[in-house]
Design a protein around this ligand. Structure first.
Ligand SMILES: [Zn+2]
Ligand SMILES: [Zn+2]
Ligand SMILES: [Zn+2]
Ligand SMILES: [Zn+2]
Ligand SMILES: [Zn+2]
Length: 193
């Protein structure tokens, strides 16, 4: 069974106005985490073009992730300095989940979309078997989807005959059906509205 992060509480309002969950949205850049989204999201009727991912608009202030059962990840609107996501390795530009570690200078930080990924996934590009979320194994791997060399967390097919491994960017693009709109990266490039 897929694991989803455990909800503890949600008290931090993510926006100053009331948000409505909308469907059928064109591609947007999330005003919270600054990654792309499409189709579904929280919209503000008072601000023009203010949209948040479902995860960014409504997910809890505190997460416990199955990979770090002893850590409480806390929602923050922004980090003071620029940092990279410890799951996908890409820049953190807005909303972030952060947990202190033993090393005060190196807390763990994740994109909301990364920390909310399930441990098991039915991936559109591989219908034969479910893929399993695995932590950074320290090595470089070639993503079966984009063929680029990647590191960090990934999804892998445990069937030995498949050897399929997909990086988080490609999985998130697929989850949000962004390739239908010509978007191949969650936070690079641009698109026409
Ligand atoms: Zn977002
Ligand atoms: Zn607003
Ligand atoms: Zn990330
Ligand atoms: Zn497989
Ligand atoms: Zn890829």
């Amino acid at each position: 069974m897929a694991y989803y992060p455990r909800i503890i509480c949600n008290t931090n309002p993510r926006h100053k106005h009331q948000l409505t969950l909308c469907e059928g949205l064109p591609p947007y850049k999330c005003n919270g985490c600054k990654e792309y989204g499409a189709n579904i999201g929280y919209c503000c009727s008072s601000c023009q073009n203010f949209t948040l991912h479902e995860v960014c608009g409504a997910y809890p202030d505190i997460y416990v992730h199955t990979f770090y059962p002893d850590h409480e990840f806390r929602f923050r609107k922004k980090t003071r300095l620029s940092h990279k996501c410890d799951a996908c390795g890409e820049d953190l530009r807005g909303f972030v989940y952060e947990a202190p570690t033993g090393n005060l200078l190196k807390p763990l930080r994740f994109h909301p979309l990364c920390i909310a990924l399930p441990t098991s996934l039915n991936y559109g590009g591989h219908k034969e078997h479910p893929l399993r979320l695995i932590m950074d194994t320290g090595g470089i791997f070639s993503c079966s989807r984009c063929n680029e060399n990647k590191s960090g967390w990934s999804y892998r097919c445990d069937d030995m005959a498949c050897r399929l491994r997909v990086d988080l960017n490609c999985v998130k693009v697929d989850n949000h059906a962004l390739s239908n709109h010509g978007i191949a990266s969650m936070n690079h490039g641009s698109f026409k509205r």
